[in-house]
Write a protein that binds this ligand. Structure first.
Ligand code: G6P
Length: 619
């Protein structure tokens, strides 16, 4: 996600901030900005779109801006496209033009994370005369701090504390107050923030690599805590505004390990980010039980058919979506590979909604499929992770998944976010068609709310998967099989395995195996069965017996309670129980981990598998 840095000390701040932001580039970003102040003078804001080098050039590597106190940010767009207007820092006052120059405002700040109730905060502040110049959730938070600071004449710490009580979501926010030269204030909930002190100077960052060059002794700002930073000093506060003591921590890992948050690979880090990503995607779309998937309710009520078009894992998310939408909303769904759809002649039926799913929003085939659907007069909805990407810009409606930047080529967290968006689309369609009652809809939303914690539990049991994967290092072929929505999970599980471990793998609808592929089953061949759907359980189990009889070595993924499966299967992973529609999100965790640990065991370059690209912008 975005990156945050801050500095207050004796040296010039701008160059230090730019260096720190450079260390956070790996997190992905699309614009950058800094605010620096020189003693009592007003803070100067400089922002630029694109790479950090643009900001470096604009500021002559920081030399053009004087001041020993400042904050900086690399933005990965979540609310509003990536342009200079939406780039951070944001200010509490009005802002015209480029947003660059001296800041008259009381408060200037930067933010990582997502403010879930930013619309509500904007409305409240608008009633008090505030005007908004950007599309960001951040601007609402900065102006809210200003509101409490001015209205109640609170000190900075109390104004921030009051804002924290009001804000819902996740954030690491760093602000400077006009009245407090040389000082930086930070606040945090569910988004990391660290402070380092060295040589009479103070550094702050969202991530360890930005600070490591200056000190290895850091203070972690705790959840719902604040800090006031002065040169060589840091004071920490709880939500009551009471100062709290804090012990420093010594960083022992290298800068490279720090970028991966202590994980061996980005893929493992991203697998572990899934509880947060699922929650963020969910919360960005659901407000007081109302789902906003980017298409209004009346339009949804008129939809007679859904056409999902995508590539790779996004296509697999679409297949899972097909099962859920058809079951919940009783609306027919057809899922097409974008590379096929773009050259097919498909009659356009009235009342069709075309859903283009894409992490990058730039996949050439998906973009072309979108254009084809639009040209045929079909209403298009983009389900995209990258704000302002081509597919997001060109579609009639957009829903943004909130996975943040994904660095490992093999997608994990973006796919999980796509699954959640499919569930939400299914529920929104079902609601608008009267296929589920409002009560059923809120029960299912409550079920969805349990996903992050269930995913967390599966992650905490990863050692079992790791142990099993260690036996697969010399495996040549793997078959995945499942029925119904479990088949969708098999497709993605199999893709993960082949793309990073280079082991040949195939996914089959369990009933189809005997129509040919069963001839490949021989002694010791690994077959992984996914069995989460009660009404299909016995059927898939029979298919597992069929391959076991022919010598297959069996692994199964099923839900807690199906313990008799152990009589016939060599290794079982149980996933927590959840509504039948949402199992794919749980099953995928052990399947991702299995692929990951197998690839690691084989010594493969997990984050950059051979021949693959993260974003395929050519046909
Ligand atoms: C590439 C990536 C896959 C991804 C697919 C579609 O092949 O390696 O992980 O699923 O493109 O990408 P998109 O950005 O459209 O989701």
């Amino acid at each position: 996600m975005c990156g945050i840095v801050g500095f207050t000390g004796r040296r010039q701040a701008a160059a230090i901030l730019l260096d720190g932001l450079g260390k956070l580039e790996y997190r992905g970003y699309d614009s950058a900005g800094i605010a620096v102040r020189d003693g009592e003078k007003l803070a100067e804001v400089i922002k630029s779109e694109g790479k950090l080098n643009n900001l470096r050039e604009k500021t002559d590597n920081g030399k053009a801006i004087e001041g020993t106190c400042g904050i900086g940010h690399t933005r990965w767009a979540t609310h509003g496209v990536s342009d200079r207007r939406n780039a951070h820092p944001h200010v509490s006052g009005n802002c015209t033009g480029s947003g660059c120059g001296p800041v008259e405002s009381n408060v200037v700040g930067v933010h990582n994370g997502i403010i879930e109730n930013y619309r509500e905060i904007r409305e409240k502040l608008a009633r008090h005369g505030y005007e908004f110049y950007s599309d960001t959730d951040t601007e609402a938070a900065i102006k809210l701090i200003d509101y409490y600071y001015r209205k109640y004449r609170l000190g900075p710490v109390d104004a921030i504390a009051r804002s924290m009580v009001r804000i819902r979501g996740s954030y690491a926010i760093e602000v400077m107050f006009k009245d407090c030269p040389g000082e930086i204030y930070v606040m945090r909930k569910d988004s990391p923030m660290i402070v380092g002190i060295a040589g009479g100077e103070t550094f702050v960052a969202s991530d360890v690599p930005a600070i490591l060059e200056h000190t290895r002794t850091v203070y972690y700002v705790g959840n719902m805590e604040m800090a006031r930073l002065l040169p060589g000093e840091a004071h920490f506060y709880d939500l009551n505004g009471d100062e709290i003591g804090k012990e420093p921590t010594e960083i022992t890992f290298t800068a490279e390990a720090a970028e991966k948050g202590g994980f061996e690979h980005f893929m493992l880090k991203e697998i572990h980010e899934q509880p947060g990503v699922i929650a963020d995607t969910l919360h960005s779309a659901v407000n007081d039980g109302v789902i906003d998937i980017g298409v209004d309710n009346d339009t949804l009520a008129g939809i007679r058919q859904v056409l999902i078009v995508a590539c790779g894992s996004a296509y697999h998310a679409g297949i899972a979506g097909q099962y859920v939408i058809e079951q919940l909303a009783n609306v027919p769904v057809r899922v097409e590979l974008a590379s096929e759809y773009r050259y097919r002649s498909v009659p356009a039926a009235d009342g069709t909604l075309a859903v283009i799913i894409s992490q990058s929003g730039e996949t050439a085939d998906s973009l072309s499929a979108l254009r084809k659907a639009k040209a045929a007069g079909i209403l298009t909805l983009a389900v995209v992770n990258v704000v302002g990407s081509s597919i997001a810009r060109e579609a009639d409606c957009v829903f943004y998944t909130k996975a943040g930047p994904e660095i490992a080529v093999a997608t994990t967290k973006a796919y999980s976010a796509q699954l959640v968006s499919m569930y939400l689309l299914a529920l929104a369609l079902a609601g608008s068609h009267g296929a589920v009652s409002p009560e059923e809809c809120s029960e299912l939303l409550e079920e969805l709310e349990t996903l992050p914690e269930k995913v967390e539990k599966l992650l905490s049991e990863k050692e079992r998967v790791q142990w099993f994967a260690s036996k697969l290092v010399n495996t040549r072929d793997v078959f995945y099989m499942g029925r119904g929505i479990d088949y969708a999970a098999c497709l993605e599980g199999s893709l993960k395995m082949k793309e990073i471990s280079y082991i040949h793998s195939e996914a089959y609808a369990a009933g189809e195996l005997k129509h040919g592929t069963i001839s490949l089953i021989e002694n010791g061949r690994l077959v992984i069965g996914v069995l989460t759907q009660p009404e299909l359980y016995e059927k898939t189990l029979s298919n597992l017996y069929e391959v076991k009889t022919r010598g297959a070595y069996l692994m199964a993924v099923t839900s807690y309670g199906n313990y008799s499966i152990e009589d016939n299967v060599d290794f079982v992973i149980y996933v927590p129980r959840i509504s039948r529609y949402f199992y794919t999100s749980l099953v995928m965790i052990p399947l991702q981990l299995l692929a990951y640990y197998t690839a690691v065991g084989r010594g493969e370059d997990v984050d950059k598998p051979r021949n693959l690209a993260k974003s395929v912008t050519v046909e």
